[in-house]
Design a protein around this ligand. Structure first.
Ligand SMILES: [Zn+2]
Length: 630
């Protein structure tokens, strides 16, 4: 049991809830969640009776079976329970529960509640009086939403591959758990996989394969369930410095190491900013292209998409982002998914500070300018869809899939709020504040209101007029972009604005004008094109001069393909098809499918491509696409 969990539990004010623990029907699931919410202890997306018991340590013993596409074995939870607590309610989704036992091997009565499409099923276990541990024997479904099982032909080396994606509430589809970010636990695990493969987790990891296929793991720092992670594949490791390294399939390893050669430097810069890295080793696992996100900050082992391997380090800010999560998110964790901006806004701010330290101010300004543009687009889109409330930093995601909160509002509006504070109080004061915030709140959950109180107490109350100038409540509980946001200026991108003036009047773009452009220059240019004035002749000119359709940089390709679809530039369609089938990163897929779905013809074509592409997508991606094409 990790001491932080116990302290957290003791500190909590016990609120007595009156609900009876029994098999959940759909009304009861809501009752459980409502009770949790009212008690201020629980989580609107979890069935768990967090006010009664905390599952503080997990011991996993799982066998990975590529034939049946299942994990099976046991999970033993060590409990920290109130004297009056007589049941344990865990979150599950599509799990088959075989048996439940207490410490001495006596079977325990259990029941599974009604199925909810997003939240899964409550597993209610009757707790014997003195039980301190509960062992659950179970098997996952081949359709487990967190897990993606890749056939050999879907990987670089033609070996089978498995990876998990637990955020936001998918951990429950492979481990019965209290699937709420505000609950932290330690874990150990024994994973058995085919002997020619290596298993890795968000834990202390092996560096090489062994002949038995049995690997043991230990995670001694407390984590939330969404940070539970597992990957199995033909993987090799290469160190990139004192406490950093890269895992990848052999064919991708050297390319990945070259791309991430600044990683150790990033860790050192991050530590210089906000204090020691608390997790020991920091490694990156480069996954096959079907990984649905850019990266996932699994502690000690970031999962990353291969689409950031641009060959020129131009997309490595993603690594800075995932690394920054080792403080914002993994150390100080959003208490519920309504507080998601606390994870992401802080991380984008921190990421840009790392990038600035390593690559300079002008580079950081380009990233910030692009981020601002994306925020404006997102807010416009949400307003148009009647979702003005989703432009608040603090979200109300109750009864919704927390995945809906994953927009640029949490990331970019969150970051600009912190930048606004910095601009009023000065960088030095703000850095001191953040360092103190990460240190004092390490391994604890943080709610939005608790953060605002902390901000007042430790920073704003000490400076006269700060609160009135910054207006934190307007940022957090109000819509859109507040007027006191600091101005962003990038000289490099200003030059592109001048080129766009000519181009948008039917002009040209020459190789000479773009000779020192990086990915970010291109993205800014492509996003600045006025589509209504763009002629077919200009499309052809851009494509001939700069080989945009046949490029290899996934970020530029995605922006170019968006334009190609809007302008029905059919020359690019075979390449768009190849991209949609080869890449599973949702950030790229969603805007392309959305644009295709705007016309009947485009939608029909998109559906045809989707049928072919779906087996290569993770559930997180294909469910979003299905919604678009419905
Ligand atoms: Zn993030």
């Amino acid at each position: 049991m990790n001491p932080n969990t116990i302290v957290g539990l003791k500190r909590t004010i016990w609120v007595f809830s009156l609900f009876l623990l029994c098999t959940c029907n759909s009304k009861e699931y809501k009752n459980n969640m409502d009770t949790n919410k009212r008690a201020g202890l629980g989580d609107p997306h979890s069935f768990a009776n967090l006010d009664e018991v905390i599952a503080g340590h997990a011991s996993l013993d799982l066998k990975v079976d590529f034939n049946t596409k299942t994990l099976s074995g046991t999970c033993t939870w060590t409990l920290n329970r109130r004297a009056t607590c007589d049941s344990l309610v865990l979150d599950t989704r599509d799990l088959t529960i075989h048996n439940v036992y207490q410490d001495d091997g006596t079977p325990c009565a259990f029941s599974l509640g009604a199925k909810h499409e997003t939240f899964g099923q409550a597993l209610t276990i009757k707790l014997p009086k003195n039980a301190k541990k509960i062992l659950i024997s179970y098997t996952t479904s081949p359709e487990a939403a967190a897990l993606q099982w890749l056939d050999p032909q879907q990987t670089a080396g033609e070996d089978p591959f498995l990876f998990s994606q637990s955020q936001a509430i998918l951990a429950r589809s492979w481990v019965p758990c209290q699937d709420a970010p505000g609950v932290k636990f330690t874990y150990d695990a024994k994973i058995t996989c085919p002997p020619n493969l290596l298993a890795l987790m968000s834990a202390e990891n092996p560096k090489e394969k062994n002949n038995s296929g049995v690997y043991n793991f230990k995670m001694e720092q407390a984590i939330s369930s969404y940070l539970l992670a597992l990957a199995v594949g033909n993987l090799e490791f290469k160190s990139t410095g004192r406490n950093s390294g890269v895992y990848a399939e052999p064919a991708m390893l050297q390319k990945s190491v070259n791309e991430f050669e600044d990683m150790q430097h990033m860790i050192d810069s991050a530590e210089a900013l906000y204090g020691p890295y608390k997790w020991g080793q920091y490694d990156v696992l480069v996954l096959p292209p079907s990984f649905p996100f850019g990266g996932m900050e699994n502690p000690r082992l970031t999962f990353a998409t291969p689409t950031i391997l641009a060959g020129d380090k131009s997309l490595v800010s993603l690594i800075a982002h995932e690394l920054a999560h080792s403080w914002s998110g993994n150390l100080v964790t959003n208490k519920t998914w309504n507080d998601f901006w606390l994870n992401e806004g802080f991380t984008v701010y921190f990421e840009q500070r790392i990038m600035e330290k390593i690559y300079g101010t002008e580079y950081e300004r380009m990233l910030t300018t692009l981020g601002f543009g994306e925020l404006q687009n997102t807010i416009q889109r949400l307003n148009k869809a009647g979702k003005r409330k989703d432009t608040h930093l603090y979200l109300n995601l109750e009864n919704r899939d927390p995945d809906e909160g994953l927009t640029d509002v949490a990331y970019e509006k969150g970051r600009f709020f912190l930048q606004t504070i910095e601009s009023f109080v000065g960088r030095k004061k703000f850095d001191n504040f953040l360092k103190q915030y990460f240190t004092e709140n390490a391994f604890k959950p943080m709610s939005t209101q608790d953060f605002l109180d902390y901000l007042d107490k430790h920073l704003l109350d000490t400076l006269s007029g700060a609160e009135d100038s910054i207006k934190p409540h307007m940022w957090v509980y109000g819509p859109g972009i507040p007027g006191n946001i600091p101005k962003v200026k990038s000289h490099a991108l200003d030059k592109i604005d001048n080129l766009l003036l000519t181009f948008n009047k039917g002009g040209n773009l020459t190789k000479k004008e773009t000779q020192d452009w990086t990915t970010h220059h291109w993205l800014y240019f492509l996003r600045g094109i006025e589509l209504e004035n763009l002629s077919n002749k200009q499309m052809k000119m851009l494509d001939t001069n700069f080989q945009l359709t046949n490029g290899s940089n996934a970020e530029i390709l995605c922006d170019w393909f968006k334009i190609a679809i809007e302008k029905e530039y059919k020359t690019a369609y075979p390449a768009i098809r190849k991209f949609l089938i080869g890449v599973g990163r949702r950030k790229f897929l969603t805007p392309l499918y959305e644009r295709l779905a705007q016309t009947e013809e485009g939608k029909a074509w998109a559906k045809e491509v989707f049928i072919e592409a779906k087996p290569g997508y993770h559930a997180v991606s294909y469910q979003s696409i299905e919604e678009i094409l419905e």
